[in-house]
Design a protein around this ligand. Structure first.
Ligand code: FAD
Ligand code: SF4
Ligand code: SF4
Length: 400
């Protein structure tokens, strides 16, 4: 329910920001009509806090109308003038996970896309499992902005009532999802490592207490159930080309004044290492067992010969063996290469959560009881300082 109190001074500031033309000025007072989706945009701009939105809470809410699994589609810039933006891989990973959840619930899988220009994205989203694409095309969506994107998302949710929404745990997803959650007064589980359906609810699993236990989280009294998932955590399914999702074009009247943050200058400071490690096919990783920075450097040559990227445990980063951007794990980057080679890493749970999705893990550790062997396909009990040079020499010979 939305109400305007006596405090309203008739300034009309709320009128242009309403994306749904739901506010009329009557007798110098704002009056909301039935087009209101409770998006909250007007609340933000009212200078005298005259507008209040009351949402039903907890068990008293009727949740039966909430259906469907949604995935927020994230776009990234390509630098190419003809196709300036592309869908980020994490979206396809979430669609693949969302497909399983939607099938289990017997509901639709929908992608939600906000953009200034549709580049025929629906085709790709359909190939990864979307039954439907909610498409909002508007000039104001030319770049991500918290106020604009959250307003649109909240209004779509209020209108269509999805049961589940998944976001990438990216800079954008981590900004948008909490904003949507707080506006809608629903929960949000960040950095989920597994998602499943239990008794019709979304079972959200994530490491807790510093990664020492896995917590299973359910939200029985609120909808939508919302979760963020890091890139590379969910396996991306094979695309099925030719599947065409239903495209539902949603209109939104977006006013520039809604945008409280204005971008004055953009400096793209891409962290090349982080981007590289996130998408690498081969990672040669080292831990405290590499002993010194010089010895750790041996991994560079090995990695080069294999065409890979060097990774590091947090201990190795803390000891200054490698930059933080190369750290694999819970507080570093989550990776899923085809081959993950680990030297002198014990296999603490915080490291494992960041690399266990790798196709093949080969671990070298001199302790036969090191936990890294529990996730390794091939384990070598031995001294990394003997094995790394031998492996490097053998590869050099092979290359000749
Ligand atoms: P150690 O645990 O000290 O292991 C060194 C291993 O090297 C041992 O198993 C030893 O047997 C072996 N070894 C020694 N000498 C040799 C040799 N000559 N040859 C072969 N093997 C040898 N850690 C991460 O990695 N990534 C994270 O993102 C991360 N995030 C964290 C977040 C939180 C909130 C917390 C609390 C911790 C986090 N950690 C993270 C730290 C994590 O708990 C471990 O402390 C860390 O992973 C240990 O790194 P390591 O395996 O290199 O060192
Ligand atoms: Fe306010 Fe949003 Fe309702 Fe418009 S749709 S009246 S901006 S809450
Ligand atoms: Fe009234 Fe606030 Fe709207 Fe101004 S912004 S017209 S004070 S409700």
């Amino acid at each position: 329910m939305i109400e305007v109190s006596k405090k309203c001074i008739g300034c009309s500031k709320c009128v242009p920001v309403c994306p749904f033309a739901a506010i009329n000025m009557i007798d110098r007072k704002a009056v909301m009509n039935e087009a209101c989706t409770l998006c909250g945009a007007c609340v933000q701009v009212c200078p005298v806090q005259a507008i209040t939105i009351t949402r039903e809470e907890g068990a008293s809410r009727d949740l039966s109308g909430y259906k469907g699994v949604w995935v927020y589609v994230e776009l990234s810039e390509t630098g190419d003038k003809t196709h300036p933006k592309k869908i980020k891989q994490v979206t396809f990973e979430l669609l693949s996970a969302g497909r399983r959840l939607a099938d289990e619930l017997g509901e639709e899988l929908c992608a939600v896309l906000m953009t200034d220009k549709d580049q025929n994205y629906a085709k790709e989203l359909g190939a990864y499992g979307a039954d439907k694409v909610y498409m909002v095309e508007h000039d104001e969506l030319f770049e991500y902005n918290t106020d604009i994107f959250s307003t649109v998302m909240v209004s779509l949710v209020t209108r269509h009532k999805p049961s589940v929404i998944l976001y990438g745990a990216t800079i954008q997803g981590r900004d948008l999802a909490p904003r949507v959650a707080s506006t809608l007064y629903v929960g949000l589980t960040a950095d989920c490592t597994a998602l499943a359906i239990k008794d019709g609810l979304l079972l959200q699993s994530r490491p807790a207490f510093g990664g020492n236990i896995m917590a299973d989280i359910l939200a029985p009294n609120s909808r939508p159930q919302m979760a963020t998932v890091r890139p590379n955590v969910m396996k991306m399914g094979e695309p099925v080309h030719g599947r065409s999702p239903l495209v539902v074009r949603e209109s939104a009247k977006l006013d520039r004044s809604l945008r409280r943050v204005k971008v004055l200058e953009r400096k793209i400071a891409h962290d090349a290492a982080a981007v590289k490690i996130e998408n690498a096919n081969i990672i040669v990783s080292g831990g405290r067992g590499m002993k010194t920075k010089d010895k750790f450097k041996q991994l560079e040559e090995l990695s080069k010969l294999l065409g890979g990227v060097v990774g590091a445990s947090r201990a190795a980063v803390d000891l200054g063996f490698k930059e933080k951007t190369h750290q694999v794990g819970q507080s570093g980057t989550t990776v899923s290469p085809k081959l993950y080679l680990s030297f002198g890493i014990s296999g603490a749970v915080q490291h494992i959560v960041g690399m266990k999705a790798s196709d093949v893990i080969i671990a070298v550790n001199k302790d036969p009881n090191a936990p890294i062997f529990n996730v390794a396909k091939y384990g070598i009990v031995g001294d990394a300082h003997e094995i790394v040079p031998k492996l490097t020499e053998a590869l050099k010979k092979l290359k000749k």
